[in-house]
Design a protein around this ligand. Structure first.
Ligand SMILES: [Zn+2]
Length: 391
């Protein structure tokens, strides 16, 4: 089946195409071009989104839940509900993210996540039914985190990094671990970083009290990203720079931020976007089960969280967010001077590159999965298409 899509503009996102045509065949993009001087291919359905913008689907590499579901507790049959909620906010791919819990509980959760990733990935119904964002890999946030910068991760479940523990988690996840957040200053961290990089995992430094030299050593060992910059990190001091100076200035690494205006002040989000730039800034949500739900009590793995007026706390510390990716994109524009295209890039191509999946995710190009979001020029989600379905 062949479908041709038109709109006012399209972000690949490296390029902006005015008056674009996007051709989808069997769930994959076969052509991206300008409509100028072109005939719409005969015997294909043309769907014209008028003055809308076509963007790659958003890719959230750090999310704990939403729509009342916690990814560590959800069964594979419940996950589609989360997938539908995320798709409604423009997300087409996500990495379910763990929090520190007992090894047995973590391994059981990883097995369920692996089941969901390996399940035949139906994007959902065709006839007007809602599509589902797809889990594409796992982010391990913990157990190798700093006690001092653990945030709400329970201290009794934090572990010293060892290749043995990493391998146990890796086996439980059947090799679907794609990101690990690790505090590089912990004894044993560099060995785990080297081994995980060897297995193709993106190492993200975070939940860390590292001084500058240990953050630099982590990058030398292969770390390539940083987790929720500023949050759960040794603060920047102009005479004692620490990990944040490395994260903001090293062009070898990308970094992400929670742009909800609560975790980091809007002006510091602007500073971050300026420092990392259009090539290296990544937006995440760090969203928990309460996202899209009323205020109240919610679970984040083993942690009880209270949500009031959009703020998630546990024992007085911030505990994830209720941010959605479409709002993160709009906030990035509002907090800085970035255009919609720049902000979209930080939610699509940049995260896909960070985790090594940009050949088929996060881009609108021939050969990529036909995962895209139809946006208003203000960044509101009008429609989400996954594997060519959802029109
Ligand atoms: Zn998190």
């Amino acid at each position: 089946m062949k479908t041709t899509v038109a709109a006012q503009r399209l972000y690949t996102p490296l390029e902006e195409i005015l008056d674009p045509l996007l051709v989808v065949e069997d769930g994959v993009i076969s052509e991206v071009s300008s409509r100028a001087g072109k005939q719409v291919p005969a015997n294909t359905a043309l769907i014209d989104f008028g003055d809308a913008v076509l963007s790659p689907g958003f890719f959230d590499i750090h999310i704990h839940g939403g729509a009342g579901l916690d990814v560590m507790r959800a069964t594979p049959s419940e996950l589609p509900r989360l997938g539908r909620f995320l798709a409604a906010h423009g997300v087409t791919s996500f990495f379910p993210t763990t929090v520190a819990a007992s090894l047995d509980v973590t391994c059981a959760a990883l097995e369920r996540m692996a089941d969901a990733i390996e399940a035949p990935q139906s994007p959902g119904a065709t006839n007007g039914g809602s599509v589902q964002a797809r889990p594409q890999g796992i982010h391990l946030e913990g157990p190798f985190l700093s006690h001092k910068r653990r945030g709400v991760h329970p201290p009794e479940y934090l572990l010293s990094p060892t290749v043995e523990v990493f391998d146990r988690l890796w086996q439980a996840a059947r090799g679907h671990v794609r990101v690990i957040t690790i505090a590089p200053e912990l004894p044993g961290a560099l060995e785990v970083i080297a081994e995980a990089v060897r297995r193709g995992v993106c190492i993200s430094i975070g939940h860390s009290d590292a001084q500058l030299p240990s953050a630099q050593a982590a990058v030398e060992a292969g770390a390539s990203h940083a987790t929720h910059t500023f949050n759960a990190m040794r603060p920047l001091d102009h005479r004692d720079p620490g990990i944040i100076a490395e994260v903001l200035t090293d062009e070898r690494i990308t970094a992400d931020i929670i742009a909800d205006g609560i975790h980091v002040s809007p002006d510091v989000v602007k500073l971050f976007l300026h420092a990392k730039g259009r090539d290296r800034a990544v937006l995440i949500t760090d969203a928990i089960s309460a996202t899209g739900m009323p205020d109240g009590q919610y679970q984040l793995g083993p942690i009880q969280v209270e949500v009031r007026e959009g703020k998630c706390t546990a024992n007085g510390s911030l505990a994830g967010s209720v941010l959605t990716m479409d709002r993160a994109v709009r906030n990035a524009m509002q907090f800085s001077s970035w255009s919609l295209r720049d902000a979209v890039r930080a939610a699509t191509l940049n995260p896909a590159r960070t985790v090594g999946m940009a050949s088929h995710q996060g881009v609108l190009a021939p050969g990529a999965s036909a995962d895209f979001t139809v946006l208003s020029k203000n960044g509101d989600v009008l429609k989400t298409i996954i594997a060519g379905r959802g029109f």
